[in-house]
Design a binder for this molecule. Sequence first.
Ligand code: NAD
Length: 371
Amino acid sequence: VTVVAIRERAPNERRVAISPEIVKKTKALGADVLIETGAGAGAQLPDSAFPGADIAPDATAALARADVLLKVQPPTLAEIAALRQGSVVISFLQPHADPERTKALRDRNITSFAMELLPRTTRAQAMDVLSSQAGMAGYKAVLIAAQASGKFFPMLTTAAGTIRPSKVLIVGAGVAGLQAIATARRLGAQVEGFDVRPETREQIESLGAKFLDLGVSAAGTGGYARELTAEERAEQQQRLADHVKNIDAIVTTAAVPGRKAPRIITAAMVDGMKPGSVIVDLAAETGGNCELTKPGETWVHNDVTIVGPLNLPSMGAIHSSEMYARNLFNFLALSLKDGALNLDWNDELIAQTCLTHAGEIRHAPTKALVE
Ligand code: NAD
């Protein structure tokens, strides 16, 4: 089979779905690799960085030869139309976001795997694109906060006197939040974190941060949080309002699967913060954890800087791509042997990650949404 990667064309997307290391590994499993010219440019990988791969002059030429297409952003309708019937796509596919794309994949008879549907089991960890990309997002979010702050993060003892460390609060302690906590700690800040899943207390403390107990516990299914009730939300907000008055920087990372981002930081809370404080809202893309977030913008409200970054993993495209490419390869390797592709539908990772196959939508919630 031929495994193909093309240049990402979505605005502000610098990542690429394949790396030089993965070209080698894919070829070692007997497949050919074909890359569109310039595919790696955003991640500082010129065509010459991919020895062993064939280079296609444009996307159409590459797509026409693909048995397996590796992508970061979901393929466009035009890209889907350029694929051969029966080929395989492995990518983020945002099945909730765009019914037309899912229909196009179905109607073109494409076997598509939406990596956001991958079960988050122990066996799937090496393929977990949500985790690998969230790590970069959490890391960059803290750097943005440090950059936007007029203060040092660490404590300093200098000839000009002692500087007290910044107080940083991380809201939500999933994969991104824990990396944010670790990063803020490495910068020397005094870090606190909270989450509604009780097991995060130990994880936060093991990173040397303090667990902020807001008296709300809301574990959902599959290791995720559930949405808070109105009473729980009020309780959380009341306790938080007092607390943020002393915080220099807040990084919010809270999410509930399949829902809009929970609103946690209200306008009134922001009004209560010290001048010069910073909020970086990692949930900007899905509506924001802060009421005042403007997605894709940085603005100042009452002397508090509020940053709503989009696509943070793309900001660290070199390592994000390296990890993403490994994740996709590990998933592909479940099915690739001696240059042939065999999909084992009894494997839950294959079955549950599949969005479309053989002219059907295989993911029941998306099928209900689309058909
Ligand atoms: P996520 O992006 O869905 O959510 C981020 C965090 O926000 C979660 O920790 C969630 O509990 C928290 N949150 C939701 N509502 C909140 C609220 N109102 N206030 C405060 N916090 C709130 O989550 P994620 O980072 O993708 O991962 C969630 C869980 O899945 C974690 O326990 C993680 O360890 C687990 N996980 C397991 C595996 C595996 O075993 N293979 C892989 C990845 C993640």
